[in-house]
Design a protein around this ligand. Structure first.
Ligand code: CLR
Length: 264
C-alpha cells in the first residue's frame, strides 16, 4: 500500500487512547490535533486571504472549459490526490490513529479523506464571489464545466458556502476534521471498539473547545454537516464510476495510484 506507513504498536506513545477523559490530556489532545492540522494545510488562512484578488481571467477560464472531459478529470484527480495526501499526513498524527491496524487506518481513510478535503475546502473558499482556490487562482463553478458533472460541483460549492457560514476557527476545523475521519460507522472496520475509543477522545476534545469558545450550539450543526458530507462523497464515487466506464484508459493509466487506491 502507498497509503499508510505502519509504525510498531507502542501504547506508551499514545496516552490519549488510554485516558481520553482526563482534563489535562484533553488540552494536549486538542493541541496535538491543531498542530497537525496546521502543519498539513498547504496554505495558512492569512495567505489565502491575501490571495483573494487573484481570480481567473476570462481567457484562463476558457482554457479550462475547452479541455476534453478526460483531460479535465485527470487534472482534477491530480489536484484532489495532492490534497488527500496532506489529509493522510494529518490523520497519522491524530493521537490514537497509528495504534489502529493497517486495515482500519485504510478503511477510515478510504471513506474519510475526501470528506476532510471538503471540510478543508471552506478555508479555500471565497463566499463573496463563490470561488475556490484552484491551481493558484480563485475559480467559480463554470471553470469545472468540462467535467460534465455540474450537479456534483454545484453541491460541493453549496456545501463550502454553508460551511463558511459557520465561521469556524482553525481549531474548530482541526477537531471537526479529526472527528470526520475517526468514525466507527465506516464499513469494513475490524476493531470497532478501538476506533470507538479514539472517536470518543476526539469527540471529547471538540466538545471541550466548543464549550471553551462558548459555541456549544455548533455541535448539532456539525453533526448535520457530516450527513451532507457522506452524500457528497457518494455522489463523487458515482461520478467516478460513470467516468471510468466511459474513459477506462484514462481512469486506469492516467489517474494517480493513490486516487485509484482510495476511490476505485
Ligand atoms: C480543498 C482543500 C485542500 C486544497 C484543495 C485542493 C484541490 C481542490 C479542493 C481544495 C477543493 C475541491 C476541488 C479540488 C480540485 C478539484 C475539486 C476544487 C481547495 C473540484 C470540486 C472538482 C472535483 C472533480 C472530481 C469529480 C474529480 O486543502
Amino acid at each position: 500500500h502507498d497509503l499508510v506507513a505502519i509504525h510498531p504498536y507502542s501504547p506508551l506513545e499514545d496516552p490519549y487512547s488510554l485516558y481520553p477523559h482526563s482534563l489535562r490530556n484533553v488540552d494536549e489532545l486538542c493541541a496535538s490535533i491543531v498542530r497537525s492540522h496546521r502543519e498539513t494545510t498547504q496554505y495558512r488562512v492569512e495567505e489565502l486571504q491575501a490571495l483573494r484578488w487573484k481570480v481567473l481571467s476570462r481567457e484562463e477560464i476558457q482554457v479550462y472549459q475547452s479541455k476534453s472531459v478526460d483531460e479535465m478529470w485527470q487534472h482534477c484527480a491530480i489536484r484532489l490526490t495532492d490534497a488527500v495526501q496532506y489529509v493522510v499526513e494529518f490523520a497519522k498524527h491524530i493521537p490514537g490513529f497509528r495504534m489502529l491496524s493497517q486495515n482500519d487506518q485504510i478503511a477510515l481513510l478510504k471513506t474519510g479523506s475526501m470528506e476532510v478535503v471538503l471540510v478543508r475546502m471552506c478555508r479555500y473558499f471565497n463566499t463573496e464571489n463563490n470561488t475556490v482556490f484552484f491551481d493558484g487562482k480563485f475559480a467559480g463553478v463554470e471553470v469545472f464545466k468540462s467535467l460534465a458533472c455540474g450537479d456534483l460541483i454545484a453541491a460541493v460549492f453549496d456545501f463550502a458556502h454553508d460551511m463558511c457560514a459557520l465561521k469556524l476557527s482553525e481549531q474548530q476545523i482541526a477537531l471537526f476534521s479529526a472527528l470526520v475521519l475517526i468514525n466507527t460507522e465506516r464499513p469494513c472496520l475490524e476493531d470497532r471498539s478501538r476506533v470507538q475509543r479514539v472517536q470518543r477522545s476526539v469527540e471529547f476534545g471538540l466538545t471541550h473547545i466548543l464549550h471553551r469558545d462558548n459555541q456549544e450550539s455548533l455541535m448539532h450543526k456539525l453533526y448535520q454537516r457530516m450527513a451532507v458530507l457522506r452524500s457528497l462523497c457518494n455522489l463523487h464515487m458515482e461520478k467516478l464510476r460513470w467516468f471510468s466506464q466511459r474513459y477506462p484508459l484514462t481512469a486506469h493509466s492516467l489517474f494517480p495510484p493513490l486516487y485509484k487506491e482510495l476511490f476505485a
